[in-house]
Design a protein around this ligand. Structure first.
Ligand SMILES: [Zn+2]
Length: 169
């Protein structure tokens, strides 16, 4: 599809959705691999859910780029794209991000220098699932039980410094 087609396609789709009122939620539009948008105004769509699997390190696709592109495209035709993300999920499961633990930080017990942090869901952030407590950087079981299977933000700067230092030695 060229740009013109894409614009027309989006416009047709969005225009056919119900507009949110005080009592009734707006119509939903799911864009595969990106997320779910709700029609929140006559010419307004709001991203409510993120749909993407970024559990594997190295496979991060830039959701923000896609949303940003869409927002630009929408802007051209007089529509507004807002962000109000409350939920994120992969193909198979919803992200595990316990609200009450946002801000919690821990480090990989295998001393690879990796820091894991529980952060709220945003569109321009990468999340990794600590499957069975496995560290996405060193591949060891470096996280305690209360961190198992949570979706976290990984800070691997410490790990990068460490491997740089090892190369020098
Ligand atoms: Zn590690």
């Amino acid at each position: 599809m060229d740009w013109q087609d894409e614009v027309e396609w989006c416009l047709r789709l969005w225009s056919s959705l119900r507009v949110r009122t005080e009592d009734i939620p707006g119509g939903e539009w799911t864009l595969e691999g990106i997320g779910m948008y709700e029609r929140t105004g006559t010419q307004q769509m709001t991203l409510k859910e993120i749909h993407i699997d970024r559990a594997e390190k190295g496979e991060e696709s830039s959701l923000f780029d896609h949303h940003d592109y869409l927002a630009t495209l929408a802007g051209e035709i007089g529509w507004e794209m807002l962000l109000d993300v409350k939920k994120a999920k992969t193909h198979t499961e919803e992200f595990m991000i316990p609200e009450e633990r946002i801000g919690d930080v821990t480090i990989c017990s295998k001393k690879c220098g990796t820091v894991a942090r529980i952060e709220p869901i945003t569109v321009d952030q990468q999340y990794y699932k600590l499957t069975g407590g496995m560290c996405p950087v060193c591949g060891e079981k470096g996280f305690t039980k209360d961190w198992h299977d949570l979706h976290v933000v990984i800070d691997d700067r410490g790990a990068a410094l460490r491997s740089m230092k090892q190369e020098e030695e």
